[in-house]
Design a protein around this ligand. Structure first.
Ligand code: NAP
Length: 297
């Protein structure tokens, strides 16, 4: 089958250009530049890369931004106090704390301490609850990015059977919820599979849309997919590769060579969901700066 690529890189670049125009407009009308603060704890290689990407993106579209770098040894109390200070700082519109956090810190406690008005990652229980009810809120960036990609490519979702592999609070569960809601993209019949699901291929083989968010490299194989399926690969795993300057390559959860020929549409890794995630975080921050969330609450 002739498959088409859902190009997250190109789609996010087009949205980025629109957002940069919007920032210019806000500033030209006397508004303040949207301001994102990122807390980065420790020195996890992938987190450092993600945060650097976010910082670069902010700079390129005219945001104010800063990264608060804290050592691995920071205590939960110290971190909570930092969050409190930023919550009260009116110049900051969006605040995110990069995960994973060191084991001695309860990540949920930190997420819950972030003001829901500044929760541009959409992980706060208030944001999650509002999303669940279909109310205006900050959607978590990765599911938001997937929804935007489906919308931009006008992928029909109404009445389709969508199988989501993975049930994390950040990806699997929210995307399953969003696609089950009324509207387009949405109106899907959704099945969620996880590590306790026997015979996952029995579900994926019947799916019109498959969203894979496991963190298991090349998990989804061609023989698990029906002809014409739409496949969205969220997974990112760093695989050691001496031929690369970085020393690693990125592998998705989908075995692209065997799956792609069965698909109507498929996202690549890299260049699929990843760039859509960053752009969605920035869209949330603009909404926060415009006070839309405050109006909604
Ligand atoms: P996570 O919190 O570790 O959740 C993984 C989920 O996969 C869990 O629900 C787990 O089941 C399930 N699972 C793991 N191994 C399985 C297996 N062999 N069979 C069936 N289910 C299995 O991961 P996450 O945060 O959702 O991230 C998933 C992947 O997406 C990772 O590679 C991550 O790096 C990537 N990611 C990418 C982006 C992006 O922007 N592209 C953003 C976020 C995450 P249980 O619940 O039963 O344990």
């Amino acid at each position: 089958m002739e498959y088409k690529i859902l190009d997250g890189k190109a789609t996010s670049a087009a949205i980025k250009a629109r957002l940069a125009e919007k920032v210019k407009e806000i500033v030209a009308n006397g508004g303040k530049r949207p301001h994102l603060t990122v807390i980065l704890v420790g020195s996890d290689g992938a987190s450092i890369t993600y945060v650097a990407n976010k910082e670069k993106f902010c700079k390129e579209i005219g945001f104010e931004s800063e990264v608060l770098r804290l050592p691995e040894s920071v205590t939960e109390d110290e971190l909570l106090k930092k969050v409190e200070v930023i919550n009260r700082d009116d110049s900051v519109d969006g605040l995110i704390c990069q995960v994973p956090l060191p084991k001695h810190i309860d990540a949920q406690k930190i997420i819950t301490a972030i003001s829901p008005f500044k929760d541009v990652d959409g992980f706060h229980p208030v944001s999650a609850g509002r999303m669940m009810l279909g109310l205006p809120t900050f959607l978590p960036a990765t599911p938001y990015g997937i929804m935007t990609l489906l919308k931009e490519y006008k992928i029909p979702t109404r009445g389709k059977h969508c199988v989501v592999l993975g049930r994390s609070n950040t990806v699997g569960r929210p995307i399953a919820n969003l696609l089950s809601q009324k509207g387009e993209p949405g109106d899907c019949t959704v099945t969620i599979c996880h590590s306790k699901t026997p015979d996952i291929e029995e579900f994926t083989k019947r799916a019109d849309i498959i969203i894979v968010a496991l963190g298991v490299p090349a998990f989804l194989k061609g023989n698990m997919v029906k002809d014409g399926a739409v496949v969205i690969d969220v997974g990112i795993t760093r695989i050691p590769d001496v031929s690369k300057k970085s020393g690693f390559r990125l592998q998705g959860d989908v075995d692209f060579p065997s799956v792609a020929p069965k698909c109507s549409y498929i996202t690549p890794v890299p260049g699929g969901v990843g760039p859509m995630t960053v752009v969605s975080l920035i869209e949330n921050t603009i909404k926060a700066a415009e006070g839309k969330k405050q109006a909604a609450l």
